[in-house]
Write a protein that binds this ligand. Structure first.
Ligand code: G3I
Length: 469
């Protein structure tokens, strides 16, 4: 994607209550899903939203308030989608055009419309370097920090109980290979501005899910993806409230669908957050890319929904590229059929969507499995680039399951680990033992989990051995 884009959690006690509800809801869903799956392909769902719902997900679209009076537009919206994201109406310049004077009329039109039809709503977006009103653009420092927190508090409070999730912070990381934060007036208020925004949002509504949203975080090995991953990992470790990560997924000629997209989705999900495809559009609506992107989401239990960034090509922010599922006349395109097929082929998560993902790496294992003495095995797949690599290790329990596991691998000479997820490494070079985290040690017979690490140097020839504890 070009650089010119300017484009759940709760308090602990509430969280447990909600989890219980989620589990019973998931059980009901599973029962329903089983019945629906049994209904079979002869009765495959014929709309995007219905198919996604059968599999416990949503399929949504960005919506513009001024199009809700367009009958052709609303006919498709009502028929196909069960989630909406206001395209511009909840941005900072729209909701607080003058400091402390809030206007919600256009956003409310979308919220009311969606609520009346049982559609989920994602709020977009509370803190962003772009689309700031003039008064905010001119602010810096403590004054800006306070104004931003006030904005988050006021807007989240106003919509308390009405939304499914909020994009709390949007596009806070730089493009390119730096892995750094994007420079902005918000960033210059201090590196903790993102977590401050999330904490303010949680305080204002303990039940709405809080998401970080960004573009160009689709390719797992990209520096920007890794940097966002490390932030989410850090937030989870320190208890900063974050519930979901949105991959915008504006696929263009310059930044098209990556083959490791599923690894990205499952790796974020393994941190204990939901993942969502939040602004999907693809140059010329390539049906294969659409099919693959949707199939990847369906393969990851915690990929809870997909939103396309507009309905008809003529509604798109990049209409010249005809990147959407319906043409300007509202006719279904080939990409529509590909998406519906991928949804209908998708699986209902067989576990409640709070467990680690089963979606594995897209590359085949590069080593044969090794059987550990204590009843587990491990395989590793490596994606390399000049000077670095990412290793994804799949741990599979033997016939008696595990209470914990350790995987030992010898790194090639000169290779060093710079970042590990879902395991605790004993060192950064030479022979390294990776121990399970508190949340992924216990595996049932034959169950798998994944951990990974990023290294400098060359990552070839590593043979993992696994022991269960
Ligand atoms: O509504 C006014 C209209 O009255 C005026 O005549 C016209 C003249 O330019 O502008 C109209 O507003 C435009 C608005 O879209 C509605 O069409 C703004 O200029 C234009 O900047 C705005 O663009 C939006 C863009 O975000 C702004 O950054 C796009 O619609 C919207 O699709 C796009 O969405 C972003 C996501 O929020 C974040 N991720 C990237 C994505 C694509 O850039």
């Amino acid at each position: 994607m070009s650089d010119d884009i300017t484009p759940a959690g709760r308090r602990p006690e509430t969280r447990h209550g909600t989890r219980a509800l989620l589990i019973s809801a998931a059980a009901a869903l599973l029962a329903a899903g089983a019945a629906l799956t049994f209904a079979g392909s002869a009765n495959a769902a014929s709309t995007l939203g219905a198919s996604a719902a059968e599999r416990g997900r949503y399929f949504g679209t960005a919506v513009a308030a001024n199009k809700l009076s367009d009958g052709a537009y609303t006919t498709i919206l009502n028929r196909e989608f069960n989630q909406v994201t206001p395209e511009n109406e909840m941005k900072i310049d729209a909701t607080e055009p003058q400091q402390n004077q809030f206007t919600f009329a256009n956003a409310d039109r979308i919220v009311n419309y969606a609520q009346q039809r049982g559609m989920k709503i994602k709020g977009h977006t509370l803190a962003w370097h772009s689309q700031q009103p003039g008064w905010m653009q001119r602010m810096e420092g403590t004054t800006l920090r306070q104004a931003m927190l006030n904005h988050v508090t006021q807007v989240v409070t106003y919509y308390r109980g009405k939304l499914d999730s909020w994009d709390v912070v949007n596009e806070a990381f730089a493009d390119g290979n730096s892995g750094a934060r994007r420079d902005s007036n918000l960033q210059r208020t201090g590196n903790d501005w993102i977590e401050a925004a999330f904490r303010a949002a949680r305080a204002a509504d303990p039940n709405v899910k809080l998401c970080y949203n960004d573009y160009n975080i689709d390719n797992w090995t990209a520096a920007k993806t890794q940097a966002v991953y490390r932030m989410v990992q850090d937030f989870k470790q320190r208890g900063v409230p974050i519930d979901c990560v949105g991959l915008q997924s504006h696929f263009t000629g310059g930044s098209s669908y990556p083959s490791n997209y599923r690894t990205t989705l499952s790796s974020f999900a393994a941190l204990g957050v939901d993942v969502q495809i939040t602004e999907l559009d693809i140059t010329n609506a390539d049906p294969n890319q659409y099919r693959n992107a949707v199939a990847d989401c369906m393969a990851v239990p915690r990929c809870t929904g997909i939103t396309v960034w507009g309905i008809r090509d003529s509604d798109s922010w990049r209409s010249g590229e005809r990147p959407l599922l319906f043409d300007g006349n509202g006719n279904k395109k080939q990409a529509y059929d590909a998406v519906l097929q991928a949804l209908n082929d998708g699986v209902t998560p067989t576990t409640p969507p709070t467990t680690p993902p089963t979606g594995g790496p897209t590359t085949p294992p590069t080593t044969p499995p090794t059987q550990g003495p204590g009843g587990c095995s491990a395989t590793v797949s490596v994606q390399s680039w000049t000077g670095g690599f990412v290793a994804t290790v799949r741990v599979t329990a033997g016939s008696s399951g595990t209470n914990g596991w350790r995987v030992t691998m010898t790194l090639p000479s000169g290779a060093t680990i710079v970042n590990t997820w879902n395991a605790q490494p004993s060192g950064t070079s030479g022979t390294v033992t990776f121990s399970n985290m508190s949340y992924n040690g216990r595996l049932g017979a034959g169950q798998s989990t994944e951990f990974g690490f990023q290294g400098n140097g060359v990552g070839t020839g590593m043979t993992p051995s696994c022991s269960a504890t």
